[in-house]
Design a protein around this ligand. Structure first.
Ligand SMILES: Nc1nc2c(ncn2[C@@H]2O[C@H](COP(=O)(O)OP(=O)(O)O)[C@@H](O)[C@H]2O)c(=O)[nH]1
Ligand SMILES: [Mg+2]
Length: 305
C-alpha cells in the first residue's frame, strides 16, 4: 500500500465524435457496464462517471455524449454537457477511431479541446481492426497534429482490452495528489434509477432501427423495494409518433415483451435481486424540442445543474 500522501485522484473526460467508442472505453476501464453501448449515434445522452479505484489512485472517467453539430434542442444540450464536463476535468482523453480515420467531425472535437488548455492524452481506439503496426504509427502521428496539448498517445482496443492497462496507469500517474472522492466499491456516480432507464433504452436501441432509437426517452416512474426483496420498477417510454409507439409495442405486444425481458435480466444482474419490470409507452410529439419533456425523459436535469 502506498503512503496516503502519494494517493492521486481526479477527473478525466473522454471526448470524441459519435461512435469512436467512448462508452465502450469507460466500461472496459471500470470492468463493468456503466454506460450503454450501441452502433447508433447519440446513444449516450448524459455525462456518466465511471469510477476506477486502485491502490495508487482513483479516477472518475466521464463518458460524454460527444461533440457533434446539434440537429434539435436535445442535441444542443448534449454538446453543452460534453463541453462543460471537458472544462471541469484534470485531463482530457481525446479519442480517435482508427477504423474511421480522421473526419470533419474530429476537427470540431479538436476545436473544443484546444480551446480548453487542459492536458490531452490521445487515445486511438479500435486497433483490433487494423492489420499492421505501421498503420497505427502513422495514424498516431496524424492524430497528434489535431490537438495542441498532447502529452502522450495510446493505441487501444475497448473491445479486446489491449492497451487499456497502460493507459489507466499513465492516467493515474497524471492525476493531482488527493484523497479518493468515492468509496472503493462504487463504480458510477449515477443513480440506480438512471441506470434502470438506460438499460431500457439500450434494449430499444438494440431492437429497433432508423428514427425510432433516436426518438425514444425513458423515465422511471417508480423504483421500490417490496417487502419480499423484489425490486419493482415502472418505466415509461416516450416516443414522438403513434407509428413509433406501434413499433415499440410490436405485434401482439411481442416487442415490448422482448425489451422488458432483456432489460429485466440486466437489472437483476446489476441490482442483484429479483426485478418486476412494468413498461408503458406514450406519445409526446416533438418532445426532443421541448425543455420540460427533455428533462423528464433524459435525466438531463441531473447533468445541467
Ligand atoms: N472493433 C471495435 N469496435 C469497437 C471498439 N470500441 C467500440 N466499438 C464499437 O463501436 C460502436 C460505438 O461504440 P460506443 O462505445 O457506443 O461509442 P461512443 O458513441 O463513442 O460512446 C459500438 O458498436 C461498439 O461495439 C473497439 O475497440 N473495437
Ligand atoms: Mg457513448
Amino acid at each position: 500500500m502506498s503512503e496516503k500522501s502519494d494517493y492521486r485522484s481526479g477527473i478525466v473526460s473522454l471526448v470524441g465524435k459519435p461512435n469512436v467508442g467512448k462508452s465502450s472505453l469507460v466500461n472496459q476501464l471500470v470492468g463493468e457496464k456503466v454506460a450503454i453501448v450501441s452502433d447508433k449515434v447519440q446513444t449516450t445522452r448524459n455525462r456518466i462517471g465511471g469510477i476506477v479505484t486502485t491502490e495508487r489512485g482513483q479516477v472518475i472517467f466521464y463518458d460524454t455524449p460527444g461533440i457533434h453539430k446539434p440537429l434539435h434542442k436535445l442535441g444542443g444540450y448534449l454538446v453543452k454537457i460534453t463541453v462543460s464536463a471537458l472544462n471541469g476535468s484534470d485531463l482530457i482523453a481525446a479519442i480517435l477511431d482508427i477504423s474511421d480515420g480522421i473526419k470533419k467531425s474530429d476537427f470540431l472535437v479538436a476545436k473544443h479541446v484546444n480551446s480548453s488548455n487542459i492536458p490531452v492524452f490521445l487515445v486511438i481506439n479500435k486497433i483490433d481492426v487494423v492489420k499492421t503496426r505501421k498503420k497505427i504509427t502513422e495514424f498516431l502521428e496524424e492524430g497528434t497534429k489535431l490537438f495542441k496539448n498532447v502529452e502522450k498517445t495510446f493505441p487501444v482496443s475497448a473491445i479486446t482490452g489491449e492497451g487499456i492497462k497502460e493507459f489507466l496507469e499513465a492516467v493515474i500517474e497524471r492525476m493531482p495528489p488527493g484523497p479518493p472522492l468515492y468509496p472503493e466499491d462504487v463504480i458510477t456516480d449515477r443513480s440506480a434509477r438512471f441506470m434502470a432507464s438506460e438499460i431500457i433504452r439500450e434494449k430499444i436501441l438494440l431492437l429497433t432501427k432508423e428514427e425510432v432509437p433516436h426518438s425514444v426517452g425513458v423515465s422511471i416512474e417508480e423504483f421500490t423495494y417490496r417487502e419480499n426483496g423484489t425490486l419493482y420498477i415502472r418505466g415509461e417510454i416516450v416516443v414522438e409518433r403513434p407509428t413509433q409507439k406501434a413499433i415499440i409495442i410490436g405485434k401482439g405486444g411481442t416487442m415490448i415483451k422482448k425489451i422488458g425481458t432483456l432489460a429485466r435480466q440486466d437489472m437483476e444482474y446489476l441490482f442483484d435481486t429479483k426485478v418486476f419490470l412494468d413498461l408503458f409507452v406514450k406519445v409526446r410529439r416533438k418532445w426532443r424540442e421541448k425543455d420540460n419533456f427533455i428533462m423528464d425523459f433524459t435525466n438531463l436535469n441531473e447533468d445541467l445543474n
